[in-house]
Design a protein around this ligand. Structure first.
Ligand SMILES: O=C(O)CCC(=O)C(=O)O
Ligand SMILES: [Fe+2]
Length: 293
C-alpha cells in the first residue's frame, strides 16, 4: 500500500480585508514561515508587469545576467533557461507600485521596523524545461554556509529579511512553484543535502497576482519547470534599515527618478538613513540622540 501523504502545509491566506499583521509576524517567525496575500493586484497590472518581464528577458537568450543558487544549471550549460531581469524600478512604473504597495508596506513596517528598506527587486523567469535552484536561504543569510563569517549566536528570533514573491504566471507543481520547508526558518541554518529538503518541502502555489510573503531564513528554492508555459515572478527583498543592501539601487537608477521618487520609494531606496556618511564633512552640530532627555 502506498504511504498516505500528509495534507499539504499551505501558507495561510490573507486579503486586505482580513489583514492581521500580528498574526502574519507570528506565522513568519514561529509558524510555517510564509503567508499568501490575495487580491493586491489587478489582472491589468499583472499583465503589464509580465509583458515587460517577457520583453526584457527574451533578449537575454544566453542567460548573460547574474543569477544565484544555480550552480548545477551553470555546470550543465542550462543557465539561460532561468533568466533574471534586474533594476525593475527603471523599467516601468508598475514595479514602483508593486514595491511600495500599501499592504506590503504595512506588513513590512511591523516585521522589519517602520524604516525598513528594499535590498533588491528583480524578476525570475523560468522557461519551460528550465532548472530549479539549490535549497537556500536569502540575503543577508545567503552565505550562511560559512556561519563563521556571521556574528556569534546569530539566530532567527528576529528577522533581517522579508521576501515577497508576486506571481505573474500560475505557480503549480509543474511550472516550478517555489519549494519551501515549513518551519525551517526557526533554526537559522543553511540547508545541506542531508536535510532532505526536496523530500520535506511544500510548494508556494498560486494564481497570477497572488503574493507570497516569507521570511528568507526559510529553506526554499525555485523548482524545475516541467510545463510548456513560462513561470515568472517579481521577487523583492526587504531589509531592516541598517543592513547593507544587496543591490545598489540608487546607483542603477536615473538621477531624475531618484529626485522625483515618492516618500515610500525614497525610504525603500535607503535615502532616509544616511549612513555610512563622511562625518568629517557633515554639517556640524548634534545629529543623533533624543531631542530632549
Ligand atoms: O523564483 C523562485 O521561485 C525563487 C527564487 C529565489 O528564491 C531566489 O532567487 O533567491
Ligand atoms: Fe531565495
Amino acid at each position: 500500500m502506498n504511504a498516505v501523504r500528509q495534507p499539504a502545509v499551505v501558507p495561510p491566506v490573507f486579503t486586505e480585508a482580513t489583514l492581521d499583521t500580528d498574526a502574519i509576524v507570528r506565522e513568519l517567525l514561529e509558524g510555517v514561515g510564509a503567508v499568501t496575500l490575495r487580491g493586491l493586484f489587478s489582472e491589468a497590472e499583472i499583465a503589464e508587469a509580465r509583458d515587460i518581464v517577457m520583453r526584457e528577458s527574451n533578449g537575454d537568450d544566453r542567460g548573460a545576467k547574474v543569477t544565484h543558487f544555480q550552480g548545477d544549471a551553470e555546470r550543465a550549460g542550462r543557465i539561460n533557461l532561468q533568466r533574471r531581469v534586474w533594476n525593475l524600478l527603471a523599467k516601468g512604473d508598475i514595479f514602483s507600485r508593486m514595491a511600495a504597495h500599501p499592504t506590503i508596506m504595512q506588513v513590512m513596517r511591523v516585521f522589519l521596523g517602520s524604516e525598513f528598506i528594499m535590498g533588491s527587486i528583480a524578476a525570475n523567469r523560468i522557461l519551460p524545461g528550465g532548472p530549479g535552484q539549490e535549497p537556500h536561504i536569502d540575503y543577508p543569510y545567503w552565505d550562511f554556509h560559512s556561519p563563521e563569517t556571521h556574528p556569534t549566536r546569530i539566530n532567527a528570533s528576529f528577522p533581517l529579511n522579508g521576501q515577497v514573491t508576486i506571481m505573474l504566471d500560475p505557480f503549480t507543481e509543474d511550472t516550478g512553484a517555489t519549494a519551501y520547508v515549513p518551519g525551517s526558518q526557526r533554526e537559522l541554518r543553511y540547508p545541506d543535502e542531508k536535510d532532505g529538503s526536496f523530500d520535506r518541502c511544500e510548494r508556494m502555489l498560486g494564481e497570477p497576482g497572488d503574493t507570497v510573503v516569507f521570511f528568507g531564513a526559510v529553506w526554499h528554492c525555485a523548482m524545475p519547470n516541467r510545463s510548456s508555459i513560462d513561470r515568472s515572478a517579481i521577487i523583492t527583498q526587504y531589509l531592516p534599515k541598517f543592513i547593507k543592501p544587496m543591490e545598489d539601487l540608487p546607483a542603477a537608477l536615473p538621477e531624475a527618478f531618484v529626485k522625483q521618487a515618492s516618500p515610500d520609494i525614497r525610504q525603500l531606496l535607503g535615502l532616509n538613513y544616511p549612513y555610512p556618511e563622511v562625518l568629517d564633512a557633515a554639517r556640524g552640530g548634534n545629529a543623533e540622540g533624543r531631542k530632549r532627555y
